[in-house]
Design a protein around this ligand. Structure first.
Ligand SMILES: *[C@@H]1O[C@H](CO)[C@@H](O)[C@H](O)[C@H]1NC(C)=O
Ligand SMILES: *[C@@H]1O[C@H](CO)[C@@H](O)[C@H](O)[C@H]1NC(C)=O
Length: 579
């Protein structure tokens, strides 16, 4: 009798368990099917948008001259805007030339995700403007997350599909006011919290300089499109290197301003509430003058009206034009990830050029970067243990480059803590990263975290003042990594995240290319720990001969003009040397 009861209970438990498992699997299957359908729809929409772009280009094809196109494509955004303003080029000729080129680049490297068909009508509007804006007729590409009315900013996630923007983001409104013609949106990695460039909706973008390499991320589609010649000016965002890494990997220039200098109002963000390290929005282009032109155009009354939270500081051309000798601090390696041979050489050669040009160079030893990267950056940005990120990924298809990270984040906290402990015997870096994914867990801890960050920033600024620096020169992560490697080399982000923690403006200028000697020297690269991350870092950049290597130029908060002036100087000196 008793035995029979036990069997019944066991059978009952079995049926209930099996039932819940089956239900769970079924729900998951239905969710994934829905996601797949949404992705199919989004892909079809993209295809339609690109076909529309193709047709528009075909329609004007007969009227266009091949020489004009070649000439237009050879100009920088600055030169283009001059010619548009004096009427020697028409906005139509310029727009259709770039549309055609962007399609061609996209076929090669998969970087364009949407076409703003409204741009054709916008040209007519712009031509009616009485006073020509600073960017009159200049076509501009936008990173996916920079919202354009009526179009979807996907962040590479199905969560956002079907949710078209109700309004242009403030930056787009100001660009339009200045006569610029936003014409395409560009690809990003899923969640944008990554520095490769692939997502389940639009796939992987490639580096136009070598298709086995990543264009970087998260503004990777921008980097690829501009470097490929399909756009002269783009807008990206940066919370850990997302403007600077694609610029570095693709060999173009870019500026991450102080986070509050330009408006992020109306741009898409997967964690809108984050207010520890703040994202920045900024320009990407082929040369520094074009970045300056874009900043000058954006820092106008319209911006200050549309977003009163932005300090009303117009662009200071005097600082940008100044030729006073500078006091330039520098470091060749941050002490966290050993700089690659090419990164060191780029800094050394730039130091020499700047010295010869009459500037004063002062070694500026950065300290505690292990602490800055793990304890200040990662711990603060992932203070919620990445649970907001997981929420927005619910039911989504996970990109292969993110699947390892996402599976780890999904583990229960005690399992992560245990893994972190076990890992501490194998790799201190991996262990630190695992601890970070456990989150901060109390408001009190979060405030302590903020205090620690403030404290570090104060110390850094005092040190800067003690050395009486104007600007700082340091390595940029380059050359481009092979596709897939960014997932295993997160600690190398220490070179860019430092300036997100500090919230200093930082720009990228390509100064040299990887040489055969760099490549030979790389074979002996062991890093500081010679661990898995160091090995992956070395492998990531192998086969990079001929790829661009950049430096990072940095200034104190709100000194974008000085930062750009320094970048311009570095650009001029390294160009002269190459000639
Ligand atoms: C800066 O220099 C450019 C050209 O070199 C010039 O056109 C412009 O007027 C200058 N601006 C100021 C404020 O000096
Ligand atoms: C492209 O990169 C790969 C390594 O990812 C390298 O083996 C190959 O030689 C490179 N191609 C060119 C043309 O440099």
């Amino acid at each position: 009798m008793l035995q029979e009861n036990v069997t019944d209970v066991l059978a009952g438990v079995f049926v209930i368990t099996a039932g819940s498992v089956v239900t769970c699997l079924l729900v998951k299957w239905i969710q994934q099917r829905k996601t797949k359908q949404k992705i199919e729809v989004a892909r079809a929409e993209r295809k339609r948008a690109l076909q529309q772009m193709e047709q528009a280009v075909q329609q004007v094809k007969e009227e266009k001259h091949a020489e004009d196109s070649r000439m237009i494509l050879s100009l920088s955004a600055c030169e283009l805007s001059e010619k548009l303003k004096d009427g020697s080029l028409s906005p139509e000729a310029v727009l259709y030339t770039f549309m055609e080129k962007a399609l061609e680049v996209n076929k090669e490297v998969n970087c364009v995700t949407d076409f703003f068909q409204e741009c054709e009508a916008q040209i007519q509007e712009v031509k009616k403007q009485k006073a020509k804006g600073l960017l009159y007729g200049v076509p501009v590409s936008l990173k996916d997350s920079v919202c354009y009315k009526g179009h979807v900013s996907t962040c590479g996630m199905s969560f956002f599909l079907g949710k078209a923007a109700k309004e242009d983001s403030v930056i787009v409104q100001v660009l339009k006011k200045q006569g610029a013609i936003p014409f395409v949106a560009t690809n990003i990695p899923q969640t944008m919290m990554h520095f490769d460039c692939s997502n389940p909706i639009y796939g992987q973008s490639l580096n136009p300089l070598n298709h086995t390499k990543s264009p970087g991320g998260s503004s990777g589609g921008e980097g690829a499109l501009i470097a490929g010649g399909g756009s002269v000016l783009g807008i990206g965002t940066d919370i850990g290197g997302s403007i600077r890494l694609p610029c570095s990997f693709c060999g173009i220039c870019g500026l991450k301003p102080t986070s509050g200098r330009l408006s992020l109002k109306g741009t898409s963000d997967i964690i809108p509430g984050i207010n520890y390290v703040l994202p920045s929005i900024g320009p990407m282009a082929l040369d520094v003058d074009s970045l300056a032109l874009c900043m000058k155009a954006l820092l106008c009354e319209e911006l200050f009206q549309l977003d009163p939270e932005i300090p009303p500081m117009p662009f200071n051309s005097q600082v940008y034009n100044s030729t006073n000798p500078l006091r330039i601090g520098y470091f060749e390696c941050d002490g966290h990830m050993q700089a690659l041979p090419s990164m060191r050489r780029a800094v050394r050669e730039t130091i020499q050029l700047l010295q010869e040009a009459g500037h004063t160079l002062i070694p500026f030893p950065v300290t505690q970067i292990d602490y800055v990267f793990n304890d200040l950056y990662l711990k603060g940005v992932f203070a919620d243990g990445l649970s907001s990120l997981l929420d927005s990924l619910k039911g989504d298809i996970i990109d292969p480059h993110l699947s390892l990270m996402v599976s780890v984040i999904r583990l229960p906290t005690f399992v992560k803590k245990m893994l972190a402990f076990i890992c501490s015997f194998l790799s201190s870096r991996m262990s630190a990263a695992l601890y970070v994914t456990c989150g901060i867990r109390s408001v009190k801890n979060y405030w302590k975290q903020n205090a620690k960050k403030k404290d570090y920033c104060q110390k850094f600024i005092s040190e800067w003042k003690k050395h009486k620096l104007d600007v700082l020169l340091c390595p940029s992560l380059s050359p481009a990594f092979s596709i897939g490697y960014p997932s295993y080399t997160t600690p190398s982000l220490s070179y860019t995240t430092l300036f997100n923690v500090l919230d200093f403006p930082a720009g990228i200028v390509p100064v040299t290319k990887v040489t055969q000697e760099d490549e030979e020297e790389l074979k002996n690269y062991k890093g500081f720990l010679n661990d898995y991350v160091d090995k992956m870092f070395r492998q990531a950049v192998q086969g990079g001969v001929g790829l661009p290597v950049a430096v990072q130029c940095v200034a104190l908060p709100w000194q974008e003009e000085l930062c750009l002036r320094f970048m311009k100087e570095v650009e001029e000196l390294s160009c002269k040397k190459r000639k």
